[in-house]
Design a protein around this ligand. Structure first.
Ligand code: PM9
Length: 459
């Protein structure tokens, strides 16, 4: 049998940005000043930044060259037409409206398609997506399979929808009250878990029967495609670009935060196939974002995005990107650290309920754990649990999600294997002293998306 060979990143490093380690005393003070919220830390106080993979990836030399090709005309920039052509070619969608980032597109499509009293089923919620659905008068309904809520369950496609849940909703409220099903590739809040093409095809059949649209949150579609290639037999010989195209073709439109898969620092778009929806979106974008040929992006940013989309669907790129996440995940598993399984594609999600079982959920175990990891090593992570889940609109109580997680999110093409080793060792250190860790109380709570700006004190 042939010995397994190691893989390596399909690039070499041409430019570096220094990062600095601070003292523990400095980090304790910085965290207190930030109200124990890693979103409120200054980036210069961070050593390895795993807050998010959003807008934090390294652009290629081609993308940087693209910036120099920016056509900054107010209207009709050639970079817009390049972007439009690229989206049609790789993602299949006919019409494109650029936006400043993903939530700009979510805002527009929610306003166009959702009426007061509508229901929007989806494969688990995402914070900004759900908020825009609610602000437009809709109610999000979770139709992801039950396995997605169990961090130990080894189901390979935890992003799959449960069609029985959707049928039950249709029976209860009627298809007329469901403008679309919201499908994310991959499911961020479940731990970066993919949806299978088999499930998406079955969902398409069911929604076609009832005249319901599918709107695709395609933020990490190439990573999802990689998991399909690895784990869905029928697709093992297809390339990532083919799988991405097929996923998109099964949906009616998409919102995209280009800051993830497509490796730009800012940008997004709404893409649709229906000319009437496009017409409305094109009209609405001028109110909230900018003219329909730039939508809040500079010409140079649209050029870097068009190039980033092409790079994002290269098989060797995606293998190395997800490979690095798996490297860290496997290391943590070998150390006995409780993480969400199977390992997701854009980060490692620590299971804070299991890590800190003595801290009640309303004392914010995941928020606490993110703070402790920062104090240990200057590694910045993010809470994805009760704080992110917000409050129930009707009762005003906290929502208590079954997943109480800390996300160690890996930016694309930024850190090395040695950084992964340092991160794993830091998590292990905190794990060794877990019994001495106390929870937090919330002392400031903003009205919307509270996880970004809430402040805490140590109990
Ligand atoms: N995701 C993330 O860090 C950035 C801010 S929220 C903490 O994971 C999905 C699946 C996302 C996402 C952003 C958006 C919104 C939509 N869908 O941030 O507005 O992961 O570009 O995209 C973040 P924008």
């Amino acid at each position: 049998m042939e010995k397994k060979r190691s893989w390596a990143e399909p690039y070499k490093i041409k430019m570096v940005e220094p990062v600095f380690m601070t003292t523990e005393k400095h980090r304790i003070e910085a965290l207190e000043e930030a109200g124990y919220n890693t979103f409120l830390l200054k980036s210069e106080d961070v050593y390895i930044d795993l807050l998010t993979d959003s807008g934090t990836s390294a652009m290629s030399d081609r993308q940087w060259a693209g910036l120099m090709m920016g056509d900054e005309a107010y209207a009709g920039s050639r970079n817009f037409y390049h972007l439009e052509e690229t989206i049609r070619k790789y993602y299949s969608y006919k019409y494109v409206v650029p936006t400043h980032q993903g939530r700009g597109a979510e805002h527009i499509i929610s306003k166009i398609l959702i009426k007061e009293g509508d229901y929007i089923p989806g494969n688990m919620y995402f914070t900004t997506t759900k908020l825009h659905q609610e602000l437009a008068g809709g109610k999000f309904v979770d139709i992801v399979i039950d396995e997605a809520h169990d961090p130990e369950c080894l189901h390979k496609f935890k992003g799959d929808t449960d069609l029985k849940k959707l049928e039950a909703l249709i029976d209860k409220v009627g298809a007329g009250k469901i403008p679309y099903v919201s499908i994310a590739t991959t499911v961020n809040m479940a731990g970066g878990q993919p949806i299978s093409l088999g499930n998406l095809k079955a969902l398409r059949k069911l929604t076609n029967k009832h005249g319901i649209k599918i709107i695709h949150d395609m933020t990490r579609v190439a990573e999802n495609a990689f998991m399909i290639q690895q784990n869905e037999d029928e697709y093992k010989d297809k390339c990532i670009a083919e799988i991405v195209y097929e996923i998109c073709s099964l949906t009616d439109g998409a919102t995209m935060s280009s800051k993830k898969d497509a490796m730009v620092n800012i940008g997004g778009f709404l893409a649709v196939n229906d000319p009437e929806i496009f017409d409305k979106a094109r009209n609405m974008v001028v109110i909230y974002e900018g003219l329909h040929t730039y939508g809040g992006m500079a010409g140079r940013d649209m050029e870097a995005l068009a190039i980033g989309i092409k790079e994002s669907v290269q098989d060797d790129h995606i293998r190395a990107r997800v490979g690095q996440v798996f490297y860290l995940g496997e290391k943590l598993l070998a150390m006995g650290i409780p993480i969400v399984k199977p390992i997701g594609t854009h980060g490692i999600f620590l299971n804070a309920k299991k890590f800190l079982p003595h801290i009640r959920q309303d004392e914010f175990p995941a928020q606490t754990l993110a703070a402790e990891i920062y104090i240990d090593s200057g590694v910045r992570s993010m809470e994805r649990g009760i704080v992110s889940a917000g409050r129930n609109k009707e009762t005003g109580e906290h929502n208590y999600p079954s997943l109480e997680l800390v996300r160690l999110t890996i930016p694309r093409r930024v850190y090395t294997q040695a950084h992964m080793d340092v991160i794993a060792e830091s998590v292990q250190r905190v794990y060794e002293r877990r019994d001495s860790i106390r929870g937090l109380k919330m002392v400031y709570e903003p009205e919307y998306l509270r996880f970004f700006q809430a402040r805490f004190k140590k109990l």
